[in-house]
Design a binder for this molecule. Structure first.
Ligand code: TXA
Ligand code: MG
Length: 317
């Protein structure tokens, strides 16, 4: 069924068929995942992959995440290891991405990998993307469905806001539950977190029974092509703010300023997972309301708070 936006379709058998046909024809589709909406294309096709980079305005040096349906599908493209097996069993499908070594005979298009010898693989959980992956015989190269440097979309209408009708189809799968991008974990040697997310350090450490490194301090483990200025909502963002300046949008945790104009709570009971899931939604809302500046109060740097701080620090750059 079509809704009022001419290229946003609700999910049903007919829409699934349409999406699969578009992907087979090497075009791209806007797809919901549990983290954020993605712009998916055939990872084995140079035409598809080039379209993704072009639509996003993404630097060629920034590799894409390759999305698979299951464990068995990934074996032909990457070399797995013991860390991967443990984490896959515990968290997949789910909001985590693993960097692994590419197999020599892998068919993944080298442009999608920025010509690296490693591959970022992910097994998304949302039922719509799972249905699509199950019905095609290639993996999907799929970055977040936003222009390069901008805030990731969490609704079908956010994707429309980014690309309008320059993509043939956007599937509406509701608001993305996790609300921020997957955790990116490098497993090519001793595990390290390249991008924090909902599956945070402690959870990974408990599963692997070891201490892992993160990029909190000096960002020495930054992903290739990852930009310092990123997640930019289009207006200035100030972090660690104590006092409202009287006119900016003020983002905080709790219910201290409930129903007060200009104040936006990420989570009324200060739950950091919920706060992370609301971050992009609120940034887009504030932009739409026409505010000129955003102030954000200090966010605790634990659990999902680490991911929130990573995104807002870069939004504020
Ligand atoms: O939740 C997500 O991961 C979403 C949904 C759509 O799946 N996708 C996503 O993709 O966030 P993107 O392209 O916006 O972010 C991919 C990140 C980038 O920071 C990129 O540098 C990193 O993954 N990356 C990709 N391949 C890599 C590699 N071989 N080595 C290190 N980092 C890599
Ligand atoms: Mg992105």
């Amino acid at each position: 069924m079509k809704n009022s936006y001419s290229n946003i379709f609700t999910f049903d058998k007919k829409t699934l068929k349409k999406a699969v046909n578009i992907l087979i024809k090497r075009n791209v589709v806007g797809l919901p995942t549990e983290t954020v909406y993605g712009l998916g294309g055939n990872a084995y096709s140079e035409i598809s992959v080039r379209k993704i980079f072009q639509l996003k305005g993404r630097p060629k040096t920034n590799p894409l995440i390759i999305h698979y349906y299951s464990f068995n599908d990934v074996l032909k493209d990457v070399c797995i290891n013991k860390y991967f097996i443990k984490l896959y069993k515990r968290f997949c499908p789910g909001p985590i991405t693993f960097i692994l070594k590419k197999k020599n005979n892998s068919r993944i298009n080298p442009i999608s990998l920025a010509r690296l010898k490693t591959v970022a693989v992910r097994f998304p959980k949302h039922r719509v993307i799972r249905a699509v992956l199950k019905n095609i015989n290639f993996p999907l190269a799929m970055p977040s469905a936003n222009k390069s440097k901008k805030v990731s979309p969490v609704n079908a209408t956010d994707v429309f806001e980014e690309f309008q009708k320059r993509i043939p189809l956007i599937i509406d799968g509701g608001t993305a539950k996790v609300g921020i991008e997957s955790t990116v974990l490098d497993l090519t040697s001793y595990p390290k977190i390249l991008r924090p997310g909902r599956i945070y350090k402690n959870l990974i450490e408990k599963t692997l029974k070891l201490k892992i490194k993160d990029n909190k301090q000096k960002r020495i483990f930054r992903s290739p092509g990852m930009l310092k200025k990123h997640y930019y909502p289009g207006i200035p963002v100030l972090i660690n703010q104590k006092k409202h300046d009287g006119k900016s949008a003020f983002i905080y945790l709790g219910k201290e300023y409930e129903n007060k104009k200009n104040f936006f709570s990420l989570s009324k009971n200060k739950n950091l997972d919920i706060a992370a899931s609301n971050l992009y939604k609120i940034l887009r809302l504030i932009k739409r309301k026409g505010y000129k500046k955003i102030q954000i109060s200090k966010i605790p740097n634990t659990g999902s708070g680490i991911a929130i701080n990573d995104r807002i620090e870069r939004a504020s750059n």
